[in-house]
Design a protein around this ligand. Structure first.
Ligand SMILES: CC(C)(COP(=O)(O)OP(=O)(O)OC[C@H]1O[C@@H](n2cnc3c(N)ncnc32)[C@H](O)[C@@H]1OP(=O)(O)O)[C@@H](O)C(=O)NCCC(=O)NCCS
Length: 204
């Protein structure tokens, strides 16, 4: 499993693109992002917040915000997707994922700012998450969404996820995917895993 260097989280950043080619930076959240991340969550439409957090809430509770901004705590990781304009970086999406060591799976949830829906950021973020999960040594990914969340369901289907009933909640559906050889390999995290293991081989 990739052991994160918490003192240099920037090395795990990636750049992906919207369908129109605009650059979107995906990077781990740091404690300094707390206010901006909270503003992003508050700025989501109530419908998007409900779909993302599976319940009504206007903002992240303080303890949850604290967890979100401490990347790696309890094998949980938060990413922000940001775009630059007028020399200002703005958060346009986020994702959170957790590594479950008992079955080497990664569970995730994600959102994109409403005004950026339909630009391909969600699929790019999902593909990147799969690569990051592979770097952690995961063999599968899964997420839960409301049965009524047609957009997420379509996105997961297009990305090769299979669906099954949620184990505990009839309102939700669970989507899962094996992420072996087919996983996207183009994230910094996976490149670091490959080069670190090559260094170890050479040192032997
Ligand atoms: C689900 C979600 C992450 C998808 O991200 P996205 O970046 O909008 O994904 P896409 O760009 O592929 O667009 C998804 C679909 O919406 C359509 N769309 C186009 N313009 C749109 C607009 N202005 N507003 C909303 N959807 C639009 C797209 O055409 C696409 O349709 P398709 O599936 O037929 O291709 C995003 O809708 C979101 O944040 N939803 C709220 C939170 C949520 O549901 N999270 C999932 C919990 S796991």
């Amino acid at each position: 499993m990739l052991k994160l260097n918490l003192a240099d989280l920037g090395q795990y950043s990636d750049v992906v693109h919207t369908r129109r080619g605009e650059a979107v930076t995906l990077r781990f959240v740091t404690p300094g992002d707390a206010d901006e991340l909270q503003a992003y969550v508050r700025g989501l439409s109530s419908g998007s917040r409900y779909k993302r957090f599976l319940g009504a809430m206007s903002e992240l509770p303080k303890t949850v915000l604290d967890d979100f901004t401490h990347t790696g705590r309890d094998d949980r990781f938060s990413l922000v997707a940001s775009m630059s304009g007028d020399d200002v970086e703005r958060i346009v999406g986020e994702a959170r994922y957790a590594f479950h060591s008992e079955d080497d799976s990664v569970e995730f949830g994600l959102s994109v700012q409403d005004r950026w829906h339909g630009h391909g950021i969600g699929p790019a973020l999902l593909q990147n998450l799969e690569c990051r999960a592979a770097a952690l040594g995961a063999i599968s990914m899964f997420g839960d969404t409301l049965r009524s969340n047609d957009v997420m369901i379509r996105l997961a289907k297009k990305s090769g996820y299979l669906f099954r009933q949620h184990p505990d909640d009839w309102k939700l559906v669970r989507f899962e995917k094996q992420i072996g050889a087919g996983a996207d390999r183009s994230c910094a995290s996976l490149r670091l895993v490959v080069s670190n293991s090559a260094d170890r081989m050479q040192a032997r």
